[in-house]
Design a binder for this molecule. Structure first.
Ligand SMILES: Cc1ncc(C[n+]2csc(CCOP(=O)(O)OP(=O)(O)O)c2C)c(N)n1
Ligand SMILES: [Mg+2]
Length: 577
C-alpha cells in the first residue's frame, strides 16, 4: 500500500493514463496540483503548460485531444479561473472532445451550498452547476469522496461512447487529503458492441445516384484509413460536413466539398440530386441541413443515418430515415469487410464522373480575393500538417478554398463557433502530435486570445500564423447587409466603432517575427520561414470582400446566390440528369 496526497495521486493518475501534457493557469486554489506536477519525481513524465489565460488553456486542451487521440487536461483556479475556462469546456462539449477540466475551489466547509447569500469563500463559485449543461459529467468532489474511483470514472466518461468533457470541482482541502492505494490501473477503451453494416452497404447498388455524407466522427473514431478504402471500393461521391473537409484530400476524385450554409455549390448540387444517402459520423446540424427538411436531399429514396448517439435521432431529418445507432469503430470495419469479402465492384462510375465534372466546372466560380489567398497559401504548405482556423468570414474562405493534402488535418471550433480559438489551439496541436501547425485567423478572432502568442514564443513552438486583417468583423457585416439595411454598427474600422490593430508589431513585441504581406505572392520570398522551427506571424491586410455564393442550406444551389453563367448551369443540369 502507498499513501500519498490527493494532489500527488491526481498527477500519478494522469501519468498512468498516458497523459503527458496539462494546460493551465496558476491560482491559490489549484496551487497544490501545480506543486505536485512540479515535483522532481513527476517532472520528466508530465509537462504543464502555463497559458496566458484559462480560456487559452481550455481550448488548447481541446486541440491537444483532437490531434493526439488522448485525453486532454486543463486546470484552473476557482472563480474567474473557472469562468474563463468555461468557453473551452463548452467547445469540447459541442465538438465531442474528451477533455478533463479541473478547477480548484474553496475549502469544502466554506462552500455556500444551498444558502441564499451569494458567496461565502473568496472566489467561490458554483462551478459544478455551471459546467453541468456543457459536460458529460460534472462532479463536485467532497471530503471522503472515493477519489481513485472518481478519477477513473471521469476518464471513462470522457473517453467512452460519444466523447466529451468532464468537469471536476476539486476543493483545496481535498488536495491535501491522503489516498491509500496499491496500483493505478489505467483506463482501457472498451470494444463497442458490434454492428453488421453489410445490409446498409448492400443497398447502395440498387440506386443510381448514391452519396456519402461524411462527418468528423470518422476522425474521432480513428478510422480514416478504412473510410478512405471504403470510398475507393464504392467509387461514389462524398460530401462532407464543414469540420470533416479533411476526411479526403482536396484532389480526391470523389471529394465534392462540404454542405451547409457557408458552403460552395458543388456538394449541395450533388446532394440535391442524390437518390441514396449514407450519412456517417455527423449529427447533421441545422447549419448543414437548413430548416426545411423537404429541401434537404429532396430526391433521396433512402436515407441511412449512422450516429453513435441515440439522442440525435430525436431530430428527424426524414420521416422514413433508417437510423443506425452505432460506433464507427465497429461500423466502418464491418462495412469494409463486407465490401472486401463480397468482391464489390462499383456500379457508379458514370455518376461519380459526372459529379467530378460538376466540381471541375465550378472550381473557379465564386472565388473572391480572399478565397484565392487561402487556396494559394495552403497549396504552398507541406503535407501532413495541422491547419487551424478561427471563426468568421475567414473560416468560410478557409473551409471553401484550402487545399487539403493527403495527411493534413484541420481544426476549428465547430459547434460553439468561438472566436479566439485558433491561436491557443496551436499549443494543443503542437504538443498533441508535434507536427507543424499553421494558424489562420481574422483580426477580430486573433485579438480574442492574442496573449497565447506569448505562450507560443516562450515555448519555442514553431507555429506559422496568418492574420487576415480586413479591419472589420466581416461575418457580422454580411448579416448587417442582409438583415439590417447596411447599417454597420461596431463592425468596421472605417465607421470608427470597431478597432483592429497592427498585428505584425504585436508579434514583434512578443518576440515572434511579424511580417506584413501586401500580396500573398510575396510569401515565396519567405518559403524557409514556412517550414523551419521558428514561430512566424504574417499579417495580410485586405479590403473586406464578399463570401460567395451565399446560399442558405436547403437553398437552390444552382440558381441562387451570386449567380453562375448560363452555360455552366446548362452543363451541370445535363450532368445531373
Ligand atoms: C467569442 C465570440 N464572440 C462573438 C462572435 C460573433 N462573431 C462571429 S464571426 C464574427 C466576426 C469575426 O471577425 P474577424 O475575426 O475579423 O473575421 P472576419 O469575419 O472579418 O474574417 C463575430 C463577431 C463569436 N462567434 N464568438
Ligand atoms: Mg476581420
Amino acid at each position: 500500500m502507498r499513501k500519498i496526497s490527493v494532489a500527488d495521486y491526481f498527477v500519478e493518475f494522469l501519468i498512468a493514463n498516458g497523459v503527458t501534457d496539462v494546460f493551465g493557469y496558476q491560482g491559490g486554489m489549484i496551487a497544490y496540483i501545480f506543486d505536485s506536477m512540479g515535483k522532481s519525481q513527476y517532472r520528466d513524465k508530465i509537462n504543464y503548460h502555463s497559458c496566458g489565460n484559462e480560456q487559452g488553456a481550455a481550448l488548447a486542451a481541446c486541440s491537444y485531444a483532437q490531434s493526439s487521440g488522448k485525453l486532454g487536461v486543463a486546470i484552473s483556479t476557482s472563480g474567474p479561473g473557472f469562468t474563463n475556462m468555461l468557453t473551452g469546456i463548452a467547445n469540447a462539449w459541442f465538438d465531442s472532445i474528451p477533455v478533463l477540466y479541473v478547477s480548484g475551489n474553496v475549502n469544502t466547509k466554506d462552500k455556500k451550498r444551498t444558502s441564499g447569500f451569494r458567496q461565502n469563500g473568496f472566489q467561490e463559485i458554483q462551478a459544478a452547476e455551471m459546467a453541468k449543461p456543457v459536460t458529460k459529467k460534472s462532479v463536485e468532489i467532497e471530503l471522503y469522496t472515493k477519489y481513485p474511483e472518481c478519477f477513473d470514472d471521469a476518464i471513462r466518461t470522457a473517453m467512452t461512447d460519444r466523447r466529451g468533457p468532464v468537469y471536476l470541482d476539486l476543493p483545496i482541502n481535498v488536495c491535501r487529503e491522503m489516498v491509500e492505494f496499491d496500483k493505478i490501473i489505467p483506463y482501457v477503451q472498451p470494444e463497442p458492441s458490434t454492428v453488421d453494416a453489410a445490409k446498409y452497404l448492400a443497398e447502395i447498388s440498387k440506386y443510381e445516384k448514391p452519396v456519402i455524407i461524411a462527418g468528423a466522427g470518422i476522425k474521432q473514431a480513428g478510422c480514416l484509413k478504412e473510410f478512405r478504402e471504403i470510398v475507393d471500393i464504392l467509387g461514389i461521391p462524398v460530401v462532407t460536413t464543414m469540420p470533416a473537409i479533411d476526411v479526403l484530400p482536396s484532389d480526391s476524385k470523389y471529394m465534392l466539398g462540404y454542405i451547409g450554409g457557408t458552403a460552395r455549390r458543388e456538394a449541395g448540387i450533388v446532394l440535391q440530386n442524390a437518390d441514396f444517402v449514407l450519412s456517417i459520423g455527423t449529427r447533421l446540424c441545422s447549419k448543414q441541413v437548413g430548416h426545411n427538411m423537404l429541401l434537404f436531399a429532396p430526391k433521396t429514396k433512402k436515407f441511412v443515418r449512422v450516429d453513435i448517439d441515440q439522442t440525435e435521432f430525436e431530430r428527424k431529418l426524414k420521416s422514413d430515415e433508417i437510423e443506425v445507432n452505432a460506433n464507427l469503430r465497429t461500423f466502418v470495419p464491418s462495412a469494409l469487410a463486407y465490401l472486401k469479402n463480397s468482391g464489390y465492384h462499383s456500379k457508379h462510375k458514370s455518376w461519380a464522373d459526372n459529379c467530378a465534372a460538376v466540381y471541375e466546372l465550378l472550381k473557379d466560380q465564386d472565388m473572391t480575393k480572399a478565397n484565392s489567398m487561402y487556396r494559394d497559401i495552403t497549396a504552398m504548405l507541406p503535407d501532413d500538417v495541422n491547419l487551424i482556423f478561427d471563426v468568421g468570414k475567414n473560416l468560410t474562405y478557409a473551409t471553401q478554398s484550402s487545399v487539403i493534402k493527403d495527411k493534413t488535418q484541420i481544426y476549428f471550433s465547430a459547434g460553439l463557433g468561438t472566436m479566439g480559438y485558433a491561436i491557443p489551439a496551436a499549443l494543443g496541436t503542437h504538443y498533441g502530435n508535434h507536427k507543424l501547425t499553421y494558424v489562420f485567423a481574422g483580426d477580430g478572432g486573433a485579438q480574442m486570445n492574442i496573449q497565447e502568442l506569448n505562450t507560443i514564443v516562450k515555448n519555442n513552438i514553431p507555429a506559422k500564423i496568418f492574420i487576415f486583417n480586413n479591419k472589420a468583423l466581416g461575418n457580422i457585416r454580411i448579416f448587417q447587409e442582409n438583415y439590417l439595411n447596411n447599417h454597420f454598427v461596431a463592425t468596421g474600422e472605417k465607421e470608427g466603432d470597431y478597432f483592429s490593430c497592427d498585428f505584425a508589431a504585436i508579434a514583434n513585441a512578443y518576440g515572434i517575427k511579424g511580417i506584413k504581406l501586401a500580396d500573398v505572392k510575396e510569401l515565396s520570398n519567405y518559403d524557409k520561414l514556412l517550414t523551419n522551427d521558428e514561430a512566424i506571424l504574417f499579417e495580410i491586410e485586405y479590403d473586406d470582400c464578399p463570401a460567395g455564393p451565399g446560399i442558405v442550406a436547403g437553398g437552390e444551389f444552382l440558381k441562387e446566390g451570386t449567380g453562375l453563367p448560363i452555360d455552366i448551369i446548362n452543363k451541370i443540369n445535363d450532368l445531373m440528369k
